[in-house]
Structure formats: structure tokens, C-alpha cells
Design a protein around this ligand. Structure first.
Ligand code: ZN
Length: 134
């Protein structure tokens, strides 16, 4: 079951500059920075009530974020929904005809198991499913 919007991911060119910018916007600082080496990204998180904002900067040329920014520029990159059982949810969504980018959940930032749905099956929105690792 999809429970809520867990976070919104925003692709940025320079995490340091963007952390300062969003700290001004929100009136509070990010609460953590985390590198996800498997994805070639560095991330920072802001807590806004129940929802987080994740800033994502590429750290390698092959990162999906590098390609995204080349094509579309900085901006909203994905919406992440919290699920209680990511394996069940992947099975359910596959049956409904959604296309997964990765068939098996992988380790994401923030102690989560994550999985992405291909935007061509979701009206152009890159959807992330995430589940707290137990
Ligand atoms: Zn995310």
C-alpha cells in the first residue's frame, strides 16, 4: 500500500549552493548530507512536517542526474511514495502494467530500500517507491 509522499527529489547542479538557497526558502537548514555511491549522487535532506525535500547532485558523469540536468536542467526529478512492503508493491504495480526501472529494490539514501517506475508508464513523472529498512 502506498502510504504518503515521503519526499520530493530535486536535481541540482551544486549541492552546496542549493543547500544555502533552500535553507533561505524554508527558514531552516538541511539535516543531513549523504552520498549514494551506487547511484553516483550526493544528496541532502530538509524536513518539512511529514514530508522531506531531497536535493540530488551528480557526482559522476554517468549518473542519471547528470543526464537529467543535461536534458532538462535543474528541477523536480522524482516523487517518492512510502510503502509498507516494497516487494509486494512492485508485484502489484507490475500486474497493473507499470514498468519498473529496477526490478529488485536497491539501497537508497536515508536508510531506505528504493525502486523507480519508468516515467513513460506514469505520465512523465519519475516515481520512487521507498520503504524504511527494518
Ligand atoms: Zn529520492
Amino acid at each position: 500500500m502506498i502510504k504518503k509522499v515521503e519526499h520530493i527529489g530535486i536535481a541540482v547542479k551544486d549541492l552546496k549552493n542549493s543547500n544555502a538557497l533552500f535553507a533561505k526558502l524554508f527558514g531552516k537548514e538541511h539535516y543531513k548530507i549523504e552520498a549514494v555511491e551506487s547511484e553516483g549522487v550526493s544528496t541532502s535532506f530538509f524536513m518539512l512536517g511529514e514530508t522531506k525535500i531531497e536535493l540530488v547532485q551528480a557526482t559522476t558523469e554517468n549518473s542519471a542526474i547528470t543526464k537529467f540536468i543535461e536534458k532538462k536542467g535543474e528541477g523536480i526529478h522524482h516523487i517518492a511514495y512510502e510503502v509498507d512492503d516494497i516487494y509486494k508493491e512492485i508485484e502489484r504495480l507490475k500486474k497493473e502494467g507499470f514498468e519498473m526501472i529496477n526490478a529488485e529494490p536497491k539501497e537508497g539514501a536515508d536508510n531506505k530500500l528504493i525502486c523507480f517506475l519508468h516515467p513513460k508508464s506514469t505520465n512523465g513523472v519519475l516515481v520512487e517507491l521507498c520503504q524504511e529498512r527494518k
